[in-house]
Write a protein that binds this ligand. Structure first.
Ligand SMILES: NC(=O)c1ccc[n+]([C@@H]2O[C@H](COP(=O)([O-])OP(=O)(O)OC[C@H]3O[C@@H](n4cnc5c(N)ncnc54)[C@H](O)[C@@H]3O)[C@@H](O)[C@H]2O)c1
Length: 340
């Protein structure tokens, strides 16, 4: 396998996970940053390094690539490898919008290639427990989902690629909303969103850059054109409603990160992303787990990608077709916000 885009996430999660997997031989690393490549070569001498990812297209023994660049390059690079007959995993968000994700998934289908998405929460042991509670009917029919991803100091570097629409596709909604909407989709066994309304705001905190995430550098000249705050509602084809509120930054010192699934027999709260609380009728507490996350979501999702390649599976948990509905929802929210 090869990794394209060896930045923060690839270095902290994907590369160490791939090196650990018994059925993966990580051979190729690509980044435009030469210094990063030199450091990686020292750490992983078994890997060849390339500043131009297109050199990987002619590496005869390559089965799959893991793309961890920013969003604007995910599908562009994915298409080149899929057309060459190489399987692809790309980090979230898969694409800048639904159309790009759909078109790339179609190329994968036509070429008979695996095209997997970074949907790490689908591989978190804690979310699996919440999904089981819902799928086993413990809370009855779910009629509403309330989702909150409000962070205090999590602007991923004001002025960085995360905050430039041309690179990221958007701000907190596409960056963190995508995790939450995907978790909802997974727990409910697939949701078709039919309408959505929302508002995306670039707050004064964004302009000051004061609430940047630790470890993320604030660029000297801040040029951010995405939202750091978003809220809205949506409705599914089957009538389930959704309300959400998300923030990279806020001047409330306590962060709120949960997904509440409200059912006619009970309710369950996913305490993003470590545990859950589960109530029956009348709010009686029936179960709780403060931390049932085993720390293996990245490793598990990349193992699944490797298994998809080896077993020629196209319908697994991380198949890109599973994230198309969330991509459509995000498009609808942005469109609604732009309309106002
Ligand atoms: N699943 C998760 O929980 C999670 C968490 C964080 C980030 N991510 C996603 O991972 C991706 C990367 O995020 P990050 O924080 O590592 O960003 P980053 O900026 O640290 O890394 C991006 C890397 O891509 C490299 N790059 C840019 N153009 C390239 C090209 N043409 N060829 C090869 N490399 C190129 C950059 O030099 C950089 O090293 C984003 O899509 C982000 O949304 C996912």
């Amino acid at each position: 396998m090869g990794v394209i885009g060896c930045g923060k996430k690839a270095c902290s999660a994907h590369i160490p996970a791939l090196v650990k997997l018994e059925n993966v031989d990580l051979r190729y690393l690509s980044d435009i940053n030469e210094e990063r490549l030199r450091e990686l070569k020292e750490k992983y001498p078994q890997c060849e390094t390339f500043t131009d990812y297109r050199d990987l297209l002619s590496c005869g023994e390559l089965d799959g690539v893991v793309i961890c660049t920013h969003t604007n390059l995910h599908c562009k690079i994915a298409k080149e490898f899929l057309l060459k007959g190489i399987d692809v995993f790309t980090e979230k968000p898969v694409a800048m919008n639904y159309t790009e994700a759909f078109e790339t998934a179609e190329i994968a289908r036509e070429k008979g290639r695996v095209f997997d998405a970074g949907v790490c929460l689908r591989f978190a042991s804690s979310l699996e427990k919440v999904r089981n509670i819902i799928q086993w009917g413990e809370i009855g029919n779910v009629y509403h989902v309330s989702c909150c991803f409000r962070f205090s100091k999590s602007i991923p570097g004001a002025g960085s690629d995360y905050t430039k629409k041309s690179k990221s596709g958007g701000g907190v909604l596409i960056d963190l909303g995508v995790h939450n909407f995907d978790a909802i989709d997974y727990c409910l066994g697939g949701v078709n969103w039919k309408s959505a309304s929302g508002k995306c705001i670039s707050s004064p905190l964004m302009a000051s850059g004061e609430n940047s995430k630790a470890g993320y550098v604030m660029e000297s000249e801040i040029k951010s054109d995405v939202e750091d705050y978003a809220f809205g509602t949506a409705q599914s084809e089957s009538g389930i409603t959704l309300s959400f509120e998300g923030a990279w930054a806020q001047n409330i010192g306590e962060e709120e990160k949960y997904i509440d699934f409200l059912g006619d027999k009970g309710a369950v709260r996913f305490n993003y992303y470590r545990g859950y609380t589960f109530w029956g009728k009348g709010g009686e507490k029936l179960g709780e787990c403060e931390n049932c996350y085993d720390g293996k979501m990245y490793e598990n999702e990349l193992r699944s990608f490797a298994d998809d390649i080896l077993k020629r599976r196209f319908e697994s948990r991380n198949a890109v077709k599973n994230v198309l509905s969330s991509a459509k929802l995000i498009d609808m929210i942005y469109a609604s916000s732009d309309d106002k």
